[in-house]
Design a protein around this ligand. Sequence first.
Ligand code: CA
Length: 228
Amino acid sequence: MRVLLVEDEPTAAQVLAKGLREQAYAVDVASDGETAIFLVGTTDYDAVILDVMLPVKDGMAVCRTIRASGSSVPILMVTARDAVEARIEGLDCGADDYLVKPFDFGELLARLRALIRRGGHPMLPERLSVGSLVLDTRSRRLWVRNREVLLTAKEYALLEYLVRRAGDVVGRADIAEHVWDEHYDPLSNVVDVYVQRLRRKLDRPGSESLIRTRRGEGYQLELTRDSR
Ligand code: CA
């Protein structure tokens, strides 16, 4: 899942982005409203975390502009003002939810999950079995044929995205847009490299891979076949 974090305060942005990346989110950071509006117009984000207090164009104005452009990306507004009027204004300008600073990081994550769910990505069950895989979507742990396999945050994010889209053929650009951030180089083969890494961890040597290559189209995670 890919998130845009709009925060002008560098330390706060850095700490939040780091925390979100550790939770396997791909995170882009915008430090002003104009950049945020540009990025939302060019990238299919799964959610936006939007600070209200921004220089030049504040979060409310950014939110209105994003909505006026026709985007329905889930927006979580963050502000230091805990006044009812401020909350109402935030929701009225098109935000989906509202969080008051200082907030608990766990609460931010829970609200983010809820927003992404409402944004059209159904929540994955806490325990998910796909063939010989068992995925714990809360602790982000994976078991393959009853043996735990350690995944990096990026490997987990890729696997979770393929599991969400299980059965579909998912293109490399689609994967990159939701699993990688703005530093992704479209000319690189990093998606293929990570698919290979996952295959080494998921598949039994010599047997057909759980992640099939669809030549010219992308990758497809097989839902039904049991590779045990
Ligand atoms: Ca700020």
